[in-house]
Design a protein. Structure first.
Length: 425
């Protein structure tokens, strides 16, 4: 249990960190102010402010975000009538606006806020010490910061550093960078798997290893045997072989074996194992190692495995809409925890392979043209390019809110379905 929890947190942390770093890097390159880089959600447990960005770790390890200027309500901490503390710089401009009761600033000027503009003209005004006879307007420095109610210090967001001020291609790169980083992570992870397992596994139907006491062992299968058919269905590749065996959990199965140039039939019953809420068959064999395991072959393996998985996931998503949608086709944090538990039992290589698998999934899902996802944002960018003018912030906000609501509803349904599948079946 403890090993699974730690592994789960590490995997989720790496996925989120890599994904959000993609957005972060290209936003910085485009001179978009990144106000906060957060790993985790919910209440803050750690923060560090450097170079205009506050880096935070939050208590729930179930996501993260890059908070870019102009993409949220930047002045949420300021409200008319609120008492704040102002810190002035050497030129008399406001350098910090403290709205938090958790953080006290020495030598600050108490101000009851009446009005403010932290985007265009950069000023704040109100009553000093709450005295209605002392109404004053202060100029706010361009690089001033606001200490929010939870104690997090973030920069203000003048228009010139907001997301919408960047060029269209820069915003598209920033939106695409998260999924791109997930694909890069998968390539690296699959390459590392090839290195750790001593080379690239062959995609042929030949047997490279037989697990002692398994169905294959009891049936008399041997290393170097080729399984050319399962229940009269040809299996020319390892992928086809696995696909056919997976359907036969707990069922008597006829295999056509090729050994030393001769073919003969073998009958066995694959062991039935539950995976992702479905029963699959296993006979206890592993594929052969490819003799060509040069550095180039290992690197190529990282790319080909990632590409193959991207194609497979897109095909599965298309199938969900053409063959019928089911919540069992989706998985949330509960399903991911189950995958992690299974992978942790079989060692580091399987954990890294799971990391690659989940990274590709995260990249592909984020590219779906659903508002609030990166793919939805890219779609709005394309529409802007065609129209030659951006969609109004109000309309974009409504579209994003609808998309976010849909995703939250879907997440609740998927999570509840996962709980039922993994804990009550």
């Amino acid at each position: 249990m403890i090993t699974t929890i730690i592994t789960f947190i590490i995997i989720f942390g790496i996925l989120v960190l890599v994904h959000e770093f993609g957005h972060f890097y290209f936003a910085k390159r485009a001179n978009i102010l990144v106000r906060e880089f957060s790993i985790g959600m919910g209440p803050k447990i750690f923060s560090y402010h450097k170079n205009a960005t506050t880096y935070t770790i939050r208590i729930l390890p179930l996501g993260g975000y890059v908070r870019m200027a102009g993409l949220e309500d930047d002045d949420d901490s300021l409200k008319a009538g609120k008492i704040v503390t102002l810190i002035l710089d050497s030129q008399g401009k406001v350098d910090k606006i403290n709205t938090s009761q958790k953080k006290m600033l020495l030598n600050g000027i108490p101000l009851q806020v009446v009005k403010w503009d932290l985007e265009k003209e950069l000023w704040i005004e109100g009553y000093e010490n709450g005295d209605e006879d002392k109404y004053h307007r202060y100029t706010v420095a361009h690089d001033a910061s606001v200490i929010e109610e939870d104690g997090t210090e973030v920069r203000i967001a003048p228009l010139d550093v907001q997301f919408q001020s960047a060029k269209l291609y820069q915003r598209m790169l920033t939106n695409f960078a998260g999924p791109l980083n997930n694909f890069i992570l998968a390539i690296v992870a699959f390459t590392l798997v090839a290195v750790m397992q001593g080379g690239v596994l062959s995609s042929t139907n030949g047997i490279g290893k037989i697990v002692d006491g398994s169905a294959a062992d009891r049936a008399g299968l041997k290393v170097n045997d080729k399984i050319v058919a399962v229940n009269n269905k040809k299996t020319a590749t390892w992928e086809e072989l696995v696909a056919q065996i997976s359907k036969q959990g707990g069922k008597k199965t006829d295999l056509l074996i090729e050994r030393d140039g001769k073919k003969h039939k073998v009958e066995l019953t694959p062991k039935s194992r539950e995976s992702n809420g479905q029963k699959i068959g296993q006979i206890g064999i592993e594929s052969k190692m490819n003799k060509n395991s040069s550095p180039l072959a290992i690197i190529t393996y990282g790319f080909t495995e990632t590409w193959g998985m991207i194609v497979a996931i897109f095909s599965a998503l298309v199938g969900m809409f053409t063959k019928g949608f089911s919540l069992n086709d989706l998985g949330g944090p509960v399903a991911m925890y189950s995958y992690t538990s299974q992978a942790a039992k079989y060692g580091v290589v399987n954990v890294i392979r799971l990391l690659a698998f989940l990274s590709v999934n995260l990249g592909v899902v984020n590219l779906l043209p659903i508002p609030a996802l990166d793919g939805g944002k890219l779609l709005l960018n394309v529409v802007e390019g065609i129209r030659r003018k951006p969609i109004s912030p109000e309309k974009e906000g409504i579209i994003t809110l609808i998309g976010f609501g849909f995703l939250m509803l879907l997440m609740v349904l998927v999570t509840w379905n996962d709980i039922q599948r993994y804990f009550f079946n």
